[in-house]
Design a binder for this molecule. Structure first.
Ligand SMILES: [Zn+2]
Length: 419
């Protein structure tokens, strides 16, 4: 009962916390930041010896640095090794019920380097669920059946169950047939799933009939969005959610907004012309683990200011994948220049006969390309060459490669740069 009240409270406060201006949002963020940063100096051993309570007094940490300091960045004194052991054990059993010192332990996907370990208390999970529902459901008075297809769910996603709202977690590790069958059986009104699952459902004759669809946990390509949208007869929204936090969601007007009411976002600008940036986030509510100036690995393309929905939360045109996967090429002067994966995706998927591709850049800047169907290989190759030439970049050696073996558990990475 207490749980349900907490969920409801989070739900309502998120719904009603409307900001009339950027200024009022920023004031609110500053108030929350003060609470979070003062507590961080008291509670987390890693921050104890530091000075100052301004955000800039805290170091920016990427995932590897943050994991290195794991024991000093949680309020239970848990070590990374103990948490990893407990989480892997639970994951092997696919029960996802690992707990130590009263907190749930979750693993993030390890697509780039180390697997992250995330700790959440029961209150944090309830809050997450409440806020997610408040933001994802257009009308809380209507009954809703929410299905969430994700890599590992467990404790984080099972907090909500009431007469009006039921929540079903579907394990992405199952076969596409099993996932489709469970979804059809459950009959969700709201479906949130990775784009590859939505794409698979779109191709089936028997599929669930939700009223709202969100793509979650992976880059949503325009092509996939269009295919899924036309199969379901609905626009496809996005939930920008990572183990590090609930970072954004599409509004009723189809615009992806950052959840700046939950997470403070600093921008490390990668490209001044487009404003593409890597988010450095500070969670305004998490308490078990410090998420303070945590650098996400994503490339985010900002959207225009303002939205017809009236929200002052910053807009995002597109999440483009990982910062590690920005390709590098030499220009006419021999200087290395970045080429964002989004351009590569657009060019190669737009080439005649290409339905899908994988591209890997080697450390020597050479490229390896696999195209589906295989007969479109030359077409993909040519599109890539033209893209580089149009951008004034040297075309390196481009060779073919076999289609890589991929697990359904991995995020799909069409464009990848080898370290
Ligand atoms: Zn909006």
């Amino acid at each position: 009962m207490a749980e349900r009240l907490r969920v409801l409270a989070a739900l309502l406060s998120a719904r009603w916390r409307r900001f009339s201006s950027r200024q009022s949002l920023e004031l609110y963020q500053q108030r929350r930041l003060r609470v979070v940063l003062e507590r961080a100096r008291r509670v987390f051993p890693y921050y104890r010896d530091g000075a100052g309570f301004e955000l800039s007094d805290f170091p920016v940490l990427d995932k590897a640095a943050w994991l290195d300091r794991f024991g000093g960045l949680n309020d239970r004194g848990l070590s990374l090794d103990d948490c990893l052991a407990a989480a892997r054990d639970a994951e092997a059993r696919r029960t996802f019920d690992a707990t130590l010192s009263g907190v749930g332990i979750g693993l993030s996907s390890g697509t780039s380097g180390q697997q992250g370990v995330f700790l959440t208390s029961a209150q944090e999970r309830d809050r997450w669920a409440g806020v997610m529902l408040a933001k994802a459901l257009p009308n809380l008075r209507e009954a809703a059946r929410v299905a969430l297809v994700l890599r590992s769910g467990g404790a984080l996603y099972e907090a909500v169950q009431s007469e009006r709202i039921s929540f079903r977690y579907v394990d992405l590790a199952q076969s596409p047939d099993a996932i489709a069958e469970q979804l059809v059986g459950f009959g969700p009104t709201v479906l949130a799933a990775p784009p590859q699952v939505l794409d698979d459902l779109a191709a089936r004759s028997v599929r669930p009939r939700p009223r709202l669809i969100y793509s979650i946990a992976d880059v949503l390509d325009d092509e996939v969005a269009a295919r899924v949208g036309s199969a379901f007869g609905l626009p496809v929204g996005q939930i920008y959610q990572a183990s590090e936090g609930f970072l954004g969601i599409t509004c009723a007007h189809g615009t992806l907004h950052l959840n700046e009411d939950l997470v403070h976002v600093e921008r490390e600008v990668l490209d001044a012309a487009s404003g593409r940036f890597t988010p450095v986030i500070t969670d305004l509510y998490r308490s078990t683990q410090a998420i303070i100036r945590y650098r996400l690995g994503d490339v985010v393309l900002p959207g225009p200011d303002g939205c017809a929905c009236g929200s002052v939360l910053a807009t995002v045109a597109r999440i483009e994948g990982r910062a590690d996967d920005v390709l590098r090429f030499r220009d006419a002067t021999g200087t290395e220049q970045p080429l964002f994966a989004d351009f590569v995706r657009g060019a190669v998927l737009g080439a005649p006969a290409v339905s899908d591709f994988r591209l890997v850049q080697r450390p020597d800047l050479g490229l390896r390309l696999a195209v589906r169907p295989a007969r479109a290989q030359a077409s993909g190759h040519l599109a890539l060459q033209r893209l580089l030439q149009a951008n004034g970049l040297d075309v390196p050696e481009i060779s073919g490669m076999p289609w890589p073996v991929e697990s359904p558990l991995d995020k799909r990475r069409r464009v990848r740069r080898e370290a």
